[in-house]
Write a protein that binds this ligand. Structure first.
Ligand code: HAM
Length: 410
């Protein structure tokens, strides 16, 4: 039967068949974050448009493709398209830089981007991410990548590639942008129309182009590494040697600059080996100038975010089937009170119950209990009978205490 209403394009329901896997994945990510001493932060779904336009970059897809509106008091509102800017806002507003000089935060949240929906690219999607404030040391970069690698391993996501690069300081970025602009301007003849448009607005983004005709041009483009100073090169080598020591495999990706404006220094992405166009599982990097730009004190920072839907698709993690301890059958309304009293006691003793309020006959209830992987059928009428569904053993019990004894001794 067709529903009168359909979900909005680019959004998805997470149905009961999948919520167990989601919850399991969320638990793993909560546990790993806490093991690395990151604390959870939750921020509102709505923020002011300017937070993103001015800090993520107006010309980035993330900013251009926001869901926005003007509220009754003429405030310009956006549904958050990413988490770094809101977390930085909360970090400054909450004065964390005073109370917690080395502040490590993580989040799991829904984000909204008005992109063209396709497999792996949704208009509402979920991200898990971490942000570490207060250390400019390259060890912090190693730790952040280590968290990402640990999460993917725990979720049984294999066959991935970690791409790493160092894009230097904001000055290096400006220099690099000019260099790229000059190079691409000399190669516009066979360039895609999208990249031609980006030549004026954001030439660095041309490096992210997936268009076929751009690939040979990109292959010969200047690389940012040539502009790095000695200390930036040294940092990068130290990052790589630590990843080697941790046995985290990586590829140096000289063109990995990342689409958002706030990055400097280390940038990284983890992609699947498949040829899917949406193959980025996770992306991040340093943003040492964002806190100050947003009105806080000068604070180095680095983080990453991973798409949870994309991780679910790639995960080989197996979850156990949902099961029920006790299926309660009672087909006479006169026994309702006794039924609810036993049910409450079972719940209080941490059992999982299923109560058949449809009042099918016992034969059908037994079939249903097997289908739902219940361990016991509890029949409540004039007497109370408990039946072990696997062994078919059954006994009569006189009250809840006897029932509890029976269950505990099984
Ligand atoms: P991002 O690369 O825009 O970075 O997003 C991170 C991840 O979110 C992507 O690698 C992808 O897995 C997932 N993702 C993004 N857009 C969609 C979409 N439309 N549908 C499904 N999944 C999507 C950021 O958001 C930065 N804030 C990451 C960061 C944190 N950098 C520093 N700290």
């Amino acid at each position: 039967m067709k529903s009168k209403y359909q979900k909005i394009k680019g959004t998805f329901d997470i149905l009961p068949a999948d919520t167990r896997l989601w919850k399991e994945m969320e638990n793993i990510l909560h546990n790993i974050s806490e093991q690395f001493s990151y604390e959870e932060i939750r921020t509102p779904a709505i923020e002011s448009i300017d937070l993103f336009k001015q800090n993520v970059g107006y010309e980035t897809d993330v900013s251009k493709e926001m869901f926005t509106w003007e509220d009754h008091s003429h405030q310009q509102i956006a549904l958050k398209p990413e988490m770094t800017a809101p977390v930085v806002r909360a970090y400054i507003e909450g004065g964390f830089f005073r109370s917690n000089p080395l502040c490590r935060l993580y989040y799991m949240d829904s984000l909204f981007r008005r992109e063209k929906p396709q497999k792996g690219r949704q208009r509402q999607f979920n991200q898990f991410g971490i942000e570490a404030f207060g250390s400019s040391n390259i060890e912090q970069d190693v730790e952040v990548i280590m968290v990402a690698a640990t999460c993917l391993k725990a979720l049984n996501i294999n066959d991935t590639t970690l791409h790493v690069n160092n894009i230097g300081s904001p000055e290096t970025r400006t220099q690099y942008e000019a260099l790229l602009k000059k190079y691409f301007a000399q190669n516009t003849r066979s360039m895609s129309s999208l990249s031609k448009k980006r030549l004026d607005t954001n030439p660095i983004r041309i490096l992210d182009s997936k268009e076929k005709e751009d690939q040979s041009i990109i292959k010969n483009a200047p690389i940012v590494k040539e502009l790095l100073n000695d200390s930036e090169k040294e940092d990068f080598n130290m990052l790589l040697s630590n990843l080697d020591a941790l046995n985290i495999k990586y590829e140096e990706s000289p063109y990995l600059v990342r689409g958002l404006d706030y990055y400097n220094g280390t940038t990284f992405e983890i992609t699947t080996l498949s040829n899917k166009s949406q193959n980025a599982l996770c992306g991040g990097g340093r943003y040492d100038f964002l806190v100050e730009k947003m009105g806080g004190p000068s604070t180095p920072a680095i983080g990453f975010a991973a798409g949870m839907e994309r991780m679910i698709i790639e995960s080989q993690y197996q979850v156990a089937k949902n099961s029920i301890d006790i299926y309660i059958s009672s087909n006479d309304l006169n026994h309702s009170r006794q039924c609810f009293s036993i049910m409450q006691n079972l719940i209080d003793n941490n059992y999982t119950v299923f109560f058949d309020t449809n009042k099918k006959n016992v034969k059908n209830q037994m079939k249903d209990a097997i289908k739902r992987s219940a361990s016991y059928l509890l029949i409540i009428d004039k007497n109370i009978t408990v039946k072990n569904i696997k062994s078919n053993d059954e006994i009569a019990v006189s009250d809840f205490h006897e029932l509890l004894n029976f269950l505990k001794n099984q």
